[in-house]
Design a protein around this ligand. Structure first.
Ligand SMILES: C[S@@+](CC[C@H](N)C(=O)[O-])C[C@H]1O[C@@H](n2cnc3c(N)ncnc32)[C@H](O)[C@@H]1O
Length: 451
């Protein structure tokens, strides 16, 4: 059929298909540049780009376009009742992921390429055979695990991420346990006459669900250390899934002078700085976080970047960023996924303390998810990466994580994700001047200097 005779109402659908096929070409090109093909789902080995350090911004963008356009296409062609009911039911997928991770199904299936019968899996995991089979079938229907023969399940490229020692598995454990419990009480909190308008961590959906604020819950949950450990591992997973490796590519580190000092404020064990130091030996890092958190850093660095420890290129200095000033006169003050934990008033305290430590040439880099309106955004002092039309300009489902993470912050801590304008406004409140915005997939770096 010639394009002239294409019915008018098919045009937007065809445009979405065109966007998908063009992005797919880009994906295939990225793989072919390294002499590879796109790995199948059936693989159990990591694909060449599955590890964040190999990932790049072009591939990331193309994948998000495919995700966004496929979802937009499905939302358009499906009956609304069908589409929305599927969406409403998807929390059961989370429940099944929690079962699979907690029962260590992927660990049990490790090195069993032909899979295991569900009765064997049941014996090894302790989950009742009939129920376990149904859980795994739901997941296999969503491409996580394969049902290789009736009732015989095997790992695949997705289920390998649910291994108990994988940071992504731990992040999924965290999301499908405490986050899902909080999320299930969002309306209860929002419709509460007092809590609905509050931005206090004591008035959250999570507390409605669990009777404790998230911080107290971590201290009082009877599983104790294992929940803490899962959270800490999960934070590494958070970095992994939002492309921690892109940090080395999103900022011009190579242009900075020898012995540039990067202060990673609220840096956890320093796993984000580690990516920078691995690629740029002229950069040094000071990791600052609460004492019990930074104290875990040495173990990670001696495993992943021992040279930096040996050459004193990394130091760990405890801080309470609400009370203390970070180490003074550093060249870069970097804070990743720190401000999103806090309401504006607390963010201003953290930024004001950073500002006190700065010398005239210091820069601040706030690294966070970048919240965008769904309607086309107005002209700004920076350029946000927009998806090709007719995709939603914020990439729709391709960057859905930004919006789920925003609601997660609301449900757990009454905190939020922010747009670049919101960060710029916070900076201005403490005398920081916006310099530049650096796109990094669904995250971005907002750069400030002293005003
Ligand atoms: C969401 S995590 C982000 C960690 C790290 N920047 C990353 O990207 O993985 C927030 C960090 O803030 C730290 N934090 C919370 N309150 C703090 C405080 N009062 N002083 C210093 N660090 C704090 C936590 O320990 C945690 O490591």
């Amino acid at each position: 059929m010639s394009s002239a005779s294409t019915p008018l109402d098919a045009a937007p659908l065809n445009a979405l298909v065109d966007v998908i096929s063009s992005a797919l070409k880009d994906i295939v090109t990225e793989y072919s540049k390294i002499g590879s093909t796109v790995p199948t789902l059936d693989e159990t080995r990591l694909g060449p780009f599955d590890n964040t350090e190999q990932y790049n911004l072009r591939l990331n963008r193309a994948v998000q376009i495919v995700e966004g356009a496929c979802a937009q296409l499905c939302a358009t062609v499906a009956r609304p009742s069908h589409y929305l009911t599927n969406k409403a039911y998807c929390f059961y997928e989370c429940s099944c992921l929690e079962v699979a991770f907690s029962a260590r199904i992927s660990d049990i299936l490790l090195d069993k390429p032909n899979g295991m019968h569900v009765s064997e899996l049941s014996k090894a995991s302790g989950v009742e055979v009939g129920k376990l089979g149904r859980v795994l079938r739901l997941l296999a229907t969503q491409h996580c695990y394969r049902e290789v023969e009736p009732d015989v399940f095997a790992n695949n490229r997705l289920s390998m991420k649910l291994l108990s020692n994988d940071p992504i598995g731990n992040f999924i454990g965290h999301i499908t346990d405490e986050c899902m419990k909080g999320g299930s009480h969002l309306w209860t909190a929002l419709s509460d006459p007092e809590w609905g308008t509050s931005y206090e961590v004591e008035n959250t959906a999570f507390k409605k669900a669990m009777g404790l604020s998230i911080f107290n819950w971590y201290n009082e949950d009877p599983r104790g250390k294992s929940v803490h450990e899962r959270f800490n591992q999960g934070m590494i997973g958070l970095g992994e899934f939002n492309g921690r490796g892109l940090l080395a590519k999103a900022y011009p580190w190579e242009t900075l002078p020898e012995d540039t000092v990067l202060c990673d404020v609220g840096g956890g064990n320093g796993h984000a700085s580690l990516i920078v130091l691995k690629s740029f030996p002229h950069v040094k890092a000071i990791i600052q976080d609460q004492e019990h958190v930074v104290s875990t850093g040495k173990a990670l660095w001696s495993r992943e970047c021992p040279g930096a420890l040996e050459k004193d290129r990394v130091a760990f200095v405890p801080i309470d960023f609400f009370r203390d000033t970070p180490v003074r006169d550093c060249d870069i003050y970097y804070a990743r996924h720190v401000l999103h934990d806090w309401p504006d008033a607390e963010c201003v305290k953290i930024l004001a303390n950073i500002r006190k430590a700065m010398k005239p040439s210091s820069r601040v880099l706030i690294h966070e998810y970048i919240y965008q309106n769904v309607s086309p955004t107005r002209t700004q002092a920076y350029t946000l990466d927009k998806a090709p039309e007719p995709l939603l300009p914020n990439f729709g489902a391709g960057r859905f994580k930004v919006y789920t993470q925003d609601i997660n912050m609301m449900a757990l801590m009454n905190a939020k994700e922010r747009s670049p304008e919101m960060f710029i406004e916070l900076g201005e409140q403490v005398g920081l001047k916006f310099v530049k915005f650096h796109n990094s997939g669904e995250t971005g770096l907002v750069e400030f200097a002293l005003a």
